[in-house]
Design a protein around this ligand. Sequence first.
Ligand SMILES: [Ca+2]
Length: 457
Amino acid sequence: MAALRVATFTRESGQHSAASRRPRALRRRFLTIALTALLAAGLPRPAAAQLRADPHVAGLSSPLALAQDPTDPAVQFIVEQGGRIRVVRGGALEPADFLNLSASVSSGGERGLLGLAFAPDYATSRRFFVNFTNPSGHTVVARFRRSRDNPLVADPSTRFDLRWPGGSRFISQPFSNHNGGTLVFGPDGYLYVGLGDGGSGNDPGHRAQSPTTLLGKMLRIDVTVPDDHPEGYDVPPDNPFLDGAPIAALPEIWAFGLRNPWKFSFDDPGRGGTGALFIADVGQSSREEVNHEPAGRGGRNYGWRNREGTRSNVTNLPPAYGPLADPIIEYERNVGRSITGGFVYRGRALGPEFRGRYFFADFITGRVWSIGIAVDGATGEAAAAGLIEHTAELGGRAVLGMISSFGVDRDGELFVISFDRGQVVRLTSTRPVPPDPDPTPQPPAVPRGRLPVEWRR
Ligand SMILES: [Ca+2]
C-alpha cells in the first residue's frame, strides 16, 4: 500500500531571488534530479532503532510550541494553547509564567496562543513576538518586552499589536480553523509569519490565491522599528511583490498558496545549514506536504487550493500566477492526517549521520520520521530520500501522543512536543556518538537527472 511519497517534483528556478533581484520573467526551468542512487552512495544512512526519547518536562497543558531562550541555554519557553507561556529551566517547570495571555486569547480547536519568537537582538532589545487568536477569533501578532530585571518574566504592559493593511491590529479570520500561527525569524533577520487560508474546507474564498488578503500566505516583515512606529513593522525593500511582478499583491507577502502551514523552519546557516525554508502544509483530504524553498527565493506559489500536494484539487478558478511549486515530501491519509513540520537536524547528540536530515511528524497518527535532504549545488533546489520512521524507538503513542511541534535548543538538539500528553521529550542516541571535528559539512551536490518515486512504509 502506498504510504509516504517522496515526490518527483518539478521546480522552476526562474522566480526572482529576493537577494539578487533578478528580472522576473517567469522562465520556467523544470528540473528533475537523480537522487536516490546518489543518496544511497553519498549520504550516510542511519540504522533503525538508534534514537531514544528522554523526558525533558511534563505537566503542561496543551503545549503547541517551544522556543529556546536566546540568553540562557538552560531555559526554554513553552507555548500553551490556552494562553500561557511556561518557563522550563534545567528541565524543571517553573511555577511562574513568563506571560499569561489567557484573557486575551480565544482557545480551542485550532485557536489559541499559537506562536512565539524571540527577536535576533533579544539580548539587548528584550523584544519577543507572539501569535494568537483574539476573543473574536482573529489573528493578532503582538510584540512584548521581557522585564528589565527578571529574564524569566515578560512585561505585559509593553504589548503592542502590529497594525496590518487596512489599519486593523488583527488579521480577520472568516472561519475558526486554519490559523497557521508559527512565527520564525529568518537568517535574514526578518520575521516570517505563516497564515492559513482562513478556514472552512477547500478554501471557499480562494483566499490562498488572492493577492489582496494575507490569508493563505507566508509573510515577511522587518520588525526592527522604533517603539513608536505606527505599524510595528516595515516591509523589507526586497520583498518579492513590491515591484508588481509577477502580479501586484500586498507587499508583506513572501509566498502564496498555503492552506494551513503548521510549523515551518529554516535550515540554520549558523550550524552549517543551507538557510532554506521548510514549510509543512496541512492537507484537506488527501495529501500532507513539506515544501522546500532555497534561501532568499521569495515569490513562490505553493499551489493551494488549485493543488493539494502534487495532486490537482479545486481548479474552477485559476491560481494567482504560476508556476506552482510542488512539495518535496508528501504523504496520504493512510499514513497520517495532519502534518507537523520540524527541523533540519544540525546538532551533535544524534550522531553525524543524522545531520542534515529533516524531522517531521503527524499530529493525528503520532508518527515521527526523518528524511535525507540533498541539495542541487547549481540551483539550490532539494530533493528528499531515505525515509526512516522513528515512532517505535521513541516510545510510540504512549510517549508521543499527538505531536504538536518540534523544538530546538541552543545546541541544535531536538525536542518533540506531545499535545495531549502535555510533555516534551528530548531526542538522543542509543549509541555512543563519535567526536565530530567538522560541524559544518557541505550538502552533497546532486547531478541532474530523474528522481524515481519512492514508496515506503
Ligand atoms: Ca502545496
